[in-house]
Design a protein around this ligand. Structure first.
Ligand SMILES: CC(C)(COP(=O)(O)OP(=O)(O)OC[C@H]1O[C@@H](n2cnc3c(N)ncnc32)[C@H](O)[C@@H]1OP(=O)(O)O)[C@@H](O)C(=O)NCCC(=O)NCCS
Length: 331
């Protein structure tokens, strides 16, 4: 008999219907399918409809999750949403989702850790459950990146997509056990990925809109350099704490920002391609949603089996980064 651990009981994801291909983009900006595939690994991405928002995508993922478990939303006591593309600055997207799914007994808040949001969210959820402050947590990562992308800027518009992933976290004997965690941040690099205007420093004015300061800006080359190093360091801290060697990893589920970042990371860990989960080709970078979407696809396809060790790792705006080590306990 296992002791009760904090587990991800189940996962779900929701992706909007509309597909935007590289060829579509090459008709909008000066780019090509060949450039995008070789430089990023992205072939296409999903784009939310005009009347689909981060809250809508997240609520859809949550509803799929609850249906899968036949779980009453009234049994949820906390909703945590990670997003860097909230519906509003205030109120939180978590509050909107709480209403959309009828989780009337749940407290709700957002966390802002950009693309590392899901791993930050897992750590928050684990701490709440372990402390007894909450017992049943819905963690949702949801992003409508397309609302913050300048579709005339080829440096950014080819990289991102929209989507959401959700999971239910409780104490239990079955699920994906949250075993080890490592988080970090370096505000020194806060300028590398940002949406400059719309906050209190640069409130919306005609000038900020004219200067396109409400769109995401990124220094891609600089981010690339930090990304591999930060994730590798974070992974090593986690593996050491868990007394696990890289060979024991069944699945590396990295944030999907660029296939070259993922390949470089896998190489440093000596992980063969069959141990690395890739969804960037179909969904591009959905910010904090890439990991839960990828995790859900693996679960759905039954590619995760009992005793598998999974390593989730991300880096994103802030800069922030983090790694979570999960162990599948599925029988
Ligand atoms: C953005 C990124 C794909 C660019 O790839 P890169 O190999 O670094 O390319 P560079 O920035 O050196 O650009 C090379 C050239 O391609 C051009 N280019 C950029 N985007 C292009 C596109 N979509 N199509 C064609 N050419 C493009 C650039 O303008 C540049 O041209 P120039 O040399 O004439 O100025 C890459 O840096 C990256 O993925 N960085 C990490 C981003 C990331 O992880 N962000 C999210 C973190 S959560």
């Amino acid at each position: 008999m296992h002791n009760l651990s904090v587990v991800i009981r189940a996962t779900a994801s929701y992706l909007p219907e509309k597909i935007l291909t590289n060829d579509d983009l090459s008709r909008m900006v000066d780019t090509s399918d060949e450039w995008i595939v070789t430089r990023t690994g992205i072939k296409e991405r999903k784009i939310a409809a005009e009347d689909e928002y981060s809250s809508t995508l997240g609520a859809n993922a949550a509803k799929k999750l609850l249906a899968k478990l036949d779980f009453d939303p009234m049994g949820i006591d906390l909703i945590i949403v990670s997003t860097m593309t909230p519906d509003y600055i205030c109120p939180s997207t978590a509050a909107l989702i709480q209403h959309a799914i009828g989780a009337k007994n749940a407290a709700a808040f957002d966390i802002a850790a950009a693309c590392s949001g899901f791993v930050y969210g897992l750590s928050t959820a684990k701490a709440y459950v372990e402390s007894g402050l909450a017992s049943t947590i819905l963690l949702i990562s949801t992003e409508k990146n397309s609302a913050f992308i300048d579709f005339t800027d080829r440096n950014t518009c080819v990289l991102f997509g929209d989507g959401a992933g959700a999971c239910l976290i409780q104490k239990g004997v079955q699920g994906l056990v949250i075993k080890e965690l490592n988080l970090g941040a370096s505000g020194e690099e806060s300028g590398l990925i940002m949406i400059p205007a719309g906050g209190c420093r640069f409130p919306a004015t005609n000038a900020t809109v004219a200067n396109k300061q409400h769109f995401l800006q990124m220094q891609g080359k600089e981010v690339f350099k930090h990304a591999v190093r930060r994730m590798e360091e974070s992974i090593n801290v986690c593996l050491k704490a868990a007394h696990i060697s890289p060979e024991a990893i069944r699945w590396l589920i990295p944030h999907q920002a660029n296939i070259r970042i993922i390949d470089a990371l896998a190489k440093r860990l000596s992980l063969p391609p069959e141990k690395v989960a890739i969804t960037i080709d179909r969904f591009a970078n959905t910010s904090s949603a890439t990991i839960p979407i990828t995790l859900d696809l693996l679960m759905d396809q039954k590619k995760i089996v009992d005793k598998d060790i999974l390593l989730l790792t991300a880096v994103g705006g802030g800069l922030t980064w983090g790694t979570v080590l999960l162990e599948a306990r599925l029988s």
